[in-house]
Design a protein around this ligand. Structure first.
Ligand code: SAH
Ligand code: SF4
Length: 376
C-alpha cells in the first residue's frame, strides 16, 4: 500500500498549503498544477522544469494517481465505458459519449459509489454499498478517460475529444456537494484542464437546498430529473419528492442562478409506460414549467431484471415530445448510445441484460435529435 499523498484532487489552495507545509513557495504549487492538469504528467522525474533534487523530494512524499481501470469497453458506436477501482476496492463507472461527428464528446462522471436515493426505476439505487467519491476520484475518472485518448497536454478547446462533462453517472452529486465542487473547480481551471462551465452539466434528482449554491458557486448547467408532474406519482417514483415536493423544486429551478433563455435548465423525463407518459401528463408538464427557461430530455426507460416498469411505446414517446415541441420547447428523445456495452444511463455498473427497449430505441433513433449535453 502506497501511503504517499495523492496530489490529484487537491484544490489550488490545498496544493499551495501542502507545498507550504514542506517549506515551498506558492510558485511550486503553480508549477505543479501545470504539470498535473495541463500536461497530465504522473511521474515527477519527467517534470523537467523542476530540479532533480526537488523531483526526488516530491516523489518521497507525494504521488500523482489515477483510479485503476478494471474493465474498459468500446461500443460499436465508439461510446466507451470504464469500470474504475479505487483504493478501497470500490468501483464506479465512467462513460465517454462521442458527438455525432466524433470530433467532440461528453464524459459522464460518477459522484458516488451507489446512491442513497432509491428511485424505483434506477438500478444504481438498488446497490447496497454507498459512499461518496472523493474529489480525487471524481477528477481521476476524467483524467484516466483522457489518458486513453492521449489528450495531453490539454488541447485547446477546438480540438479536444473530451470537451464536455455531465455529472450523470452513479450517485446524487448534490449529496456529495463539497467533493463534486472541488472536482469541478479543478476541471474548470483555465490553467489546467480548462473545461468551461458552459460545457458542464450537473444532474440532480432535486436536492432543493443545494441547488442555489451549485448555481452561484459553480455556475454549471443544471439538469433536473423530473420524471412526473404530480407529487403523488413523483413521490412513488422518487422518494426524495416527499422531502422536497414539486412546488419547492420548481421554485428552486426558477431561482437557479444564471438560468436564462440562453442557459436553460434541462428537465429529464424518463418515459415509463402507463405511469407518466400520457398526453394529459405532457400538458400538465407545460403548466408546471410555464415561464421557466427550460428544455426537455425524454429518456426511454432502460429496463433491468426485476424492475416493475416498462418503457413507453415509441409512438407514445413521439406524441409526448410533439406536445412539448408544439409549445416551442426543445424536447429531443434521447438516443441510445453504447447499447452493446450497457453504457446507458441508470445501467451503470450493472450486469443486467438490456431487453426489448434497446430494439425499440434503435427504431426510435432514426430521425430523432440527440442531446449530448445531457446523456448519462
Ligand atoms: N442522481 C442524479 C444523476 C444520476 S442519474 C439524478 O438522478 O439526476 C442520471 C439520469 O438517469 C437521471 O435522470 C435518472 O433519473 C436517469 N435514470 C436512472 N435510471 C434510469 C433507467 N433505468 N432508465 C432511464 N433513465 C434512468
Ligand atoms: Fe440516485 Fe439518480 Fe438513480 Fe435516483 S436516479 S437512485 S438519485 S442515481
Amino acid at each position: 500500500m502506497d501511503h504517499r499523498v495523492n496530489l490529484i484532487g487537491l484544490s489550488r489552495e490545498d496544493l499551495a498549503a501542502t507545498m507550504a507545509a514542506i517549506g515551498e513557495k506558492p510558485f511550486r504549487a503553480k508549477q505543479l498544477w501545470h504539470w498535473l492538469y495541463n500536461r497530465g504528467e504522473t511521474d515527477f522525474s519527467r517534470m523537467t522544469s523542476i530540479s532533480k533534487v526537488m523531483q526526488a523530494r516530491l516523489a518521497e512524499r507525494f504521488q500523482v494517481k489515477r483510479p485503476t481501470v478494471t474493465r474498459e469497453m468500446l461500443s460499436s458506436d465508439t461510446t466507451r465505458k470504464w469500470l474504475f477501482a479505487f483504493d478501497d476496492g470500490q468501483e464506479a463507472e465512467t462513460v465517454y459519449i462521442p458527438d455525432e461527428d466524433e470530433a467532440r464528446g461528453t464524459a459522464c462522471l460518477s459522484s458516488q459509489v451507489g446512491c442513497t436515493l432509491t428511485c424505483r426505476f434506477c438500478h444504481t439505487g438498488t446497490q447496497v454499498l454507498v459512499r461518496n467519491l472523493t474529489a480525487a476520484e471524481i477528477v481521476g475518472q476524467f483524467m484516466a478517460a483522457r489518458d486513453s485518448y492521449g489528450e495531453w497536454p490539454t488541447p485547446d478547446d477546438s480540438t479536444r475529444l473530451l470537451s464536455n462533462i455531465v455529472m450523470m453517472g452513479m450517485g446524487e452529486p448534490l449529496y456529495n456537494y463539497d467533493n463534486v465542487a472541488t472536482a469541478l473547480k479543478i476541471l474548470m481551471d483555465g490553467e489546467g484542464i480548462g473545461i468551461s462551465r458552459r460545457r458542464i452539466t450537473l444532474s440532480t434528482s432535486g436536492v432543493v437546498p443545494m441547488m442555489g449554491r451549485c448555481g452561484a458557486e459553480l455556475g454549471v448547467n443544471l439538469a433536473v430529473s423530473l420524471h412526473a408532474v404530480t407529487d403523488e406519482v413523483r413521490s412513488r417514483l422518487m422518494p426524495i419528492n416527499k422531502k422536497y415536493p414539486l412546488a419547492e423544486l420548481m421554485r428552486a429551478c426558477r431561482d437557479y442562478p444564471g438560468a436564462s433563455n440562453a442557459r436553460r435548465i434541462t428537465f429529464e423525463y424518463v418515459m415509463l409506460k402507463g405511469v407518466n407518459d400520457s398526453a394529459a401528463d405532457a400538458r400538465a408538464l407545460m403548466k408546471l414549467v410555464a415561464g421557466l427557461p427550460c428544455k426537455f430530455n425524454l429518456i426511454p426507460f432502460n429496463p433491468w431484471p426485476g424492475v416493475e416498469f416498462e418503457c413507453s411505446e415509441p409512438r407514445t414517446i413521439k406524441a409526448f415530445s410533439d406536445i412539448l415541441q408544439d409549445e416551442g420547447y426543445s424536447a429531443p428523445i434521447r438516443k441510445s448510445r453504447g447499447a452493446d456495452i450497457l453504457a446507458a444511463c441508470g445501467q451503470l455498473k450493472s450486469d443486467s441484460k438490456r431487453e426489448r427497449c434497446s430494439q425499440m430505441k434503435a427504431r426510435l433513433a432514426a430521425g430523432i435529435e440527440d442531446d449530448h449535453q445531457t446523456q448519462g
